[in-house]
Design a protein around this ligand. Structure first.
Ligand code: PPS
Length: 568
């Protein structure tokens, strides 16, 4: 029976009393520490956001969902909600067993009664659910590189909600929203899903949608996991709060949804519709490229711009939510007003700023016009994306022992300190080995641990707006790439290959180590008895042969200037 948007929706929680008892009993069960994404999924399973699911999918339901978007009983459900675990854990678990599901702090949130255990065909899942087995898709990358190899399925007994310390008052369960709508007598509600800050085009679009549907408006942003590289949710919520009072209070409300998005385009739009239905919504806005993951490995869009609308429309009756479709909104200068892209008056001047252009303007501290966004929103965004010359960054020198890395890094440090403005930290190879990595040797495994420690410290410095200068040998390409990824989440990473030849390094032999290495008295010595994989495309390559240190450090300064990281 279809639920009215006011009636309560079934939850998977047990009563408070039973929860206390269960929690004690669950202490003795095998337990699984949930990943961040699994905590998001579990919360929506337990509070009815994923109704009619009663737990993590069984193998039969999973196959149906992957192959034709339906559970085994024929119910429409487009997204596999599975509990992925590693092989080591899976070996110890058999169907029929109960397991305790814990959050990152070890709190028991639920019990899973395992009915199914199987090894999924991930390539098939990627191709069917996301349209391509291509690692450029964030959910496909997650599936292959983060998710465990084995899936466990079965019903859930909910013990308690995951604890959120952030924006508590803005988070609502489906039943809380339903009760709110009931109290206010809202019959028609149009929801707007977003993972981005709201700019004027979004406001215009949501206004128009509410007007067209003659409905109240629910701004329903996702604050679980979104696309890697998105504006963090703390900043986004501050932006939403800055905009919400520009809406009429009597017909608009905002609530945060702790959903872990998959960026699955068309299938995701259908899923979003079902989730909103559970939250008591009657209409849902599906815009251009809804939940789009960006470009594939061939540089093309994964989905067509209106594929999501087409699929939603096809299943609209079954979803039980009316789609409000919207074309991309653009600003028409002469009218000083926003129009859907297909309704632009002839001969008018259209203004638009893409997401990429917005990020560039924020990075470079350039103007963001008022027709595009609200000054309060821009101010929040500028706080988290200061201009490039105010952001943290890391200069990572790599090269053979004695190539001149430390010497150039020291000279560079002095020059940057002379300029002032940001704190500078030098993580020199030798110094790190003394203070951070004193127990490590020079095997590949130990070198990798050493470099990842340096990368972690440098990423923290970069995140907090400082400059990290690193000068280890760092002989392995893959490890350097991992460090780059850690740092680029927060700021620029400049790899400088100090490409002084092995002959020159050995000739200098400032520490006498090459001689000992040749005599076999030092084992695994880089360049002599251990490999060095030279970077193929570093931001800068310097050969110190015949060039003085000052000139080398100056080359780095010029590079930093060209990248906008320092101002002359
Ligand atoms: S690594 O590979 O990045 O972890 O190495 P790193 O931490 O930079 O340490 C290199 C310094 O340790 C000294 N040393 C050796 N280097 C290479 N191979 C072997 N087996 C070795 N044993 C000791 C050497 O002095 C390096 O210092 P630099 O400043 O590079 O000359």
């Amino acid at each position: 029976m279809a639920l009215s948007n006011h009636a309560p929706i079934p939850e998977l929680y047990v009563s408070n009393e039973s929860a206390q008892k269960l929690k004690v009993e669950a202490g003795g069960l095998p337990s699984w520490d949930l990943t961040q994404r699994q905590v998001c999924d579990l919360e929506l399973l337990m509070n009815g956001g994923f109704n009619p699911l009663k737990g993590f999918l069984s193998e039969e339901d999973y196959n149906g969902v992957v192959e034709n978007m339906r559970l085994a009983d024929g119910t429409l459900w487009p997204m596999p909600i599975t509990l992925d675990v590693n092989e080591g854990f899976a070996e110890k678990i058999e169907p029929g067993q109960d397991i305790a599901l814990r959050d990152a702090e070890g709190v028991i949130l639920a019990i899973l009664s395992v009915t199914d255990k199987w090894v999924p065909n991930k390539s098939n899942e990627a191709a069917k659910v996301f349209g391509a087995d291509d690692l450029a898709h964030p959910a496909v990358n997650y599936l292959h590189n983060t998710a465990g190899k084995v899936y466990l399925g079965g019903p859930i007994t909910g013990i308690q909600q995951p604890v959120h310390y952030d924006f508590k008052a803005r988070r609502n369960t489906p039943n809380e929203l339903r009760a709110y709508f009931r109290k206010l007598g809202w019959q028609k509600i149009v929801a707007f899903q977003t993972r981005n800050p709201l700019h004027r085009a979004h406001q215009e679009l949501t206004f128009r949608a509410a007007r067209e549907a003659q409905a109240n408006l629910l701004i329903h942003p996702t604050v679980g996991m979104t696309k890697p590289g998105d504006v963090d949710h703390f900043t986004r919520v501050r932006c939403y709060e800055a905009v919400i009072d520009k809406y009429p209070q009597s017909t608009t409300t905002m609530s945060l949804l702790g959903l872990a998005m998959r960026m699955g385009g068309p299938r995701e739009a259908v899923w979003h519709g079902l989730i909103r239905k559970n939250h008591g919504v009657t209409h849902f806005i599906v815009g251009r490229d809804h939940a789009g993951p960006g470009k594939n490995s061939q540089g093309q869009d994964f989905y067509g711009p209106y594929d999501a609308q087409d699929l939603f429309k096809k299943y609209e009756a079954e979803i039980g939510v009316t789609m409000v479709d919207f074309k991309h909104m653009v600003y028409v200068q002469e009218k000083a007003q926003y129009f859907p892209a297909n309704e632009i008056p002839e001969g008018s001047t259209v203004l638009d700023i893409s997401g990429t252009e917005l990020r560039r303007r924020l990075r470079e501290g350039l103007d963001i016009p008022e027709w595009f966004s609200f000054p309060e929103v821009v101010a929040q965004l500028r706080k988290t994306s200061p201009a490039r010359d105010k952001q943290g960054f890391t200069v990572f020198f790599t090269g053979l022992s004695g190539s001149g890395k430390s010497t150039i890094a020291n000279a560079l440090m002095v020059k940057l300190m002379e300029m002032g403005g940001r704190p500078v930290t030098l993580l020199d190879g030798d110094v790190v080995r003394k203070h951070l990595s004193s127990e490590l040797g020079f095997s590949k495994e130990h070198r990798d641990i050493n470099i990842k420690r340096i990368g972690y410290v440098a990423s923290e410095i970069t995140k907090n707006g400082g400059i990290a200068l690193c000068a280890p040998i760092a002989p392995y390409t893959a490890t350097r790439r991992a460090v780059r990824e850690m740092i680029e989440a927060y700021g620029a990473f400049i790899e400088v290959h100090v490409a002084t030849s092995i002959e020159e390094c050995e000739k200098r032999d400032r520490k006498g180590l090459y001689k000992l290495a040749r005599e076999g008295k030092i084992k695994e010595f880089t360049g002599i008895s251990d490999p060095y994989e030279a970077p193929e495309k570093p931001e800068l390559r310097i050969d110190t042969t015949g060039t003085d240190v000052d000139a080398c450090a100056h080359e780095v300064i010029l590079k930093l200037e060209a990248m906008g990281l320092i101002k002359a």
